[in-house]
Write a protein that binds this ligand. Structure first.
Ligand code: ZN
Length: 221
């Protein structure tokens, strides 16, 4: 399934599909639930553009590589290149939109790699590992410290977070990321997952939303 950035009204966003820069353990309650220490500096990793799929009526998950966990996250679309030390205004000006997304993770594999002190790519960057919904415009939220993200599976709310709970809020996070990797139009930031992660199974029915802004239904096939 090929992916192209788009807005919720179906308008295509003509940026290339860049890299997906992710932050781990950005909500204290989530770090705790996986018995991880809260990092003293932001923990970043990258998913390649090749692993991004659109959030449509269904998406597929690997079935032969151990447990696949969902991580519902607020995705931020970058629409302008950022300098290595962007100001707050430059970061705000470079944001093109927001969407809910799933950072899918091969949790058994990740635990095995973590235990050996090895990189996580195999667990985080497989084809289909980033499921991204269409974006709402950057004008949707007056306060970036008050964006909610919610995931409901088979009628039960599993994750219900708000950006006010982030250890690294969105703008300083992007400033930090820009100092580590050049950020280009078409890159996506995944801003970390709140508590409540767990396994996905074929047949699960999902509702993924930025409450008040956008809502999507999908199922796992
Ligand atoms: Zn994540």
């Amino acid at each position: 399934m090929s992916y192209q950035h788009q807005y919720v009204d179906g308008t295509r966003i003509h940026f290339p599909v860049g890299k997906v820069v992710c932050i781990g353990r950005n909500y204290a309650e989530h770090a705790k639930e996986l018995d991880n220490p809260v990092p003293t500096e932001p923990l970043l990793f990258i998913k390649p553009g090749s692993c991004v799929v659109p959030l449509e009526s269904s998406f597929s998950i690997p079935v032969d590589r151990g447990s696949v966990h969902y991580e519902a996250e607020i995705a931020v679309l970058i629409g302008k290149p950022l300098s290595p030390r962007p100001s707050v205004e430059e970061v705000l000006d470079a944001i093109s939109g927001f969407a809910p997304a799933l950072d899918l993770t091969l949790r058994d594999k990740q635990a095995e790699l973590k235990a050996k002190g090895l990189p996580w790519e195999v667990a985080k960057s497989f084809d289909g590992a980033a499921v991204i919904a269409p974006f709402v415009s950057n004008a949707t939220f007056a306060d970036l410290a008050d964006i909610s993200v919610r995931l409901t599976i088979n009628g039960e709310v599993r994750q219900d977070g708000n950006s006010s709970l982030m250890l690294n809020p969105i703008v300083p996070m992007i400033q930090y990321m820009a100092g580590c990797f050049s950020l280009q139009a078409g890159d996506v930031i995944l801003t970390g997952t709140p508590a409540g992660v767990g396994p996905l199974n074929v047949g699960d029915e999902l509702v993924l939303e930025l409450p008040g802004a956008s809502r999507f239904e999908s199922s796992v096939c």
